[in-house]
Design a protein around this ligand. Structure first.
Ligand code: AN7
Length: 403
């Protein structure tokens, strides 16, 4: 059994209430009757998938699923050596059905929409959320409406939203404007809001923590490093680890470490300045368009996750992001989009600063696939070398100094 609860005033709501924030304005979370959940490592054996952890998911019907989760945890020794650590892993969430971690949240969120009898699902998005919602809406046979910041969504993500049949609205404004609008739209029209302010969606995303612990032989790593945009994922993963600890399946919770782009870094600034609340950034800007967010809706939860776990938050420049993306691609064969590479850029910076220690076991979460943003690749990589169709020309080009 489970219910919804406000993280500020602890007011409780029934599981079937369609509500996204408390009447006091606080964020909501799903709370289970943990004393009645008797899970052991043995119960959790078998192949990885989001729905393997069903005992800790708030759903009572057949899921709308495309087989999400079960993403690889790669040991990244060459990255570890390059940044100066002993043990680094990459949890590659780009290997989900639509190429990002959002699918974990959407399989749960869209299933919940059906359970609640909702007729239309909606979200604002920097791209990946809209792609995932379009796909799960299609699978469920429920219309999806997505609001995107005009001109700032990577082409692969836009292509997914369009092809899977969402109603795609391009807003003359940024993500924060789009989120405000879609919340208003959902209130007025009774559409089901599937941004990460929806506590059910985050329940799906917490399975990243379950899988990391599972893949490490039911041990938590010392630290998890991940990009932060709207700040849902860091809070979801933290909740996942806390639940495993509470159930006695793991002994510790990792230091949650959030990385933001310099031009969109309200959470990192609040941690650095040790302020209680974030100061929203009115004009967020970064090459990592997925995390081009100035007023993260889950900031309060994220600050708690970072502080309670003894983690931290840091900023990285666009140049550092691009360098990390290229390094991960060429050293490990792992192709990720710029936002995801910020976790590697942040790892390097925090090791250099002496904040991450040499003997820590670190997992970096790479949230989205390289192919999401191929325009960016063409902008930062050398152009293909066009030559005549002769062996002389091929040999000359192969042995030329040009990259
Ligand atoms: C690749 O799609 O917000 O901190 O609307 O696509 O949980 O927001 C995307 C976010 C990191 C940040 N990496 O996660 C959206 C959206 C990638 C992302 C994030 C996003 P949150």
């Amino acid at each position: 059994m489970y219910h919804i609860e406000c993280i500020e005033c602890r007011r409780k709501y029934q599981a079937d209430e369609v509500i996204y924030t408390c009447t006091c304005g606080g964020l909501l979370e799903v709370v289970y009757d943990y004393s009645n959940i008797h899970l052991t490592k043995k119960d959790l054996s078998g192949p990885l998938s989001v729905w393997k952890y069903r005992a800790l998911l708030p759903v009572g019907r057949e899921p709308v699923t495309l087989k999400e989760g079960g993403t690889p945890l790669y040991r990244a020794d060459r990255i570890a050596e390059s940044v100066g650590l002993r043990e680094v892993y990459v949890k590659h969430e780009g290997m989900n059905p639509t190429g990002s971690f959002k699918d974990r949240g959407m399989t749960v969120g869209v299933t919940k929409a059906l359970e609640l009898g909702m007729k239309t699902v909606a979200c604002a998005s920097t791209g990946n959320t809209s792609a995932s919602l379009a796909v799960y809406g299609a699978k469920a046979g429920v219309p999806a409406v997505v609001l995107l910041p005009s001109g700032k969504v990577a082409l692969g993500k836009l292509a997914q939203a369009l092809m899977h049949g969402a109603k795609v609205l391009s807003i003359r404004g940024n993500f924060d404007d789009a989120l405000k609008l879609v919340r208003d739209l959902c209130d007025r029209e009774g559409f089901y809001l599937l941004n990460s302010v929806n506590p059910y969606r985050l329940e799906g995303q917490k399975t990243i923590a379950f899988e990391i612990a599972d893949q490490l032989g039911w041990e938590a790593p010392d630290r998890v490093v991940l990009p932060v945009g709207n700040a849902g994922n860091i809070t979801a993963i933290y909740k996942g680890f806390k639940e495993l600890k509470r159930l006695g399946i793991i002994n510790s919770v990792p230091k949650m470490t959030g990385i933001q782009a310099e031009g969109a870094s309200p959470v990192a600034q609040a941690i650095k300045n040790n302020t209680e609340a974030i100061t929203p950034e009115a004009r967020p800007e970064t090459v990592a368009t997925a995390i081009r967010i100035g007023n993260p809706v889950n900031a309060v939860k994220a600050l708690i996750a970072i502080r309670e776990s003894g983690g931290t938050a840091e900023t990285v420049s666009d140049e550092e992001i691009i360098k990390a993306q290229q390094e991960l691609a060429s050293l490990e064969g792992i192709g990720v989009e710029p936002a995801s590479a910020s976790s590697i850029a942040g790892l390097r910076k925090l090791v250099e600063m002496g904040i991450i220690e040499k003997d820590e076991r670190v997992v970096c979460v790479t949230t989205g696939h390289l192919l999401k943003d191929s325009e960016h690749v063409l902008a930062v990589c050398p152009k293909p070398i066009e030559i005549d169709a002769t062996i002389e020309a091929v040999r000359k080009a192969v042995f030329s100094d040009q990259p």
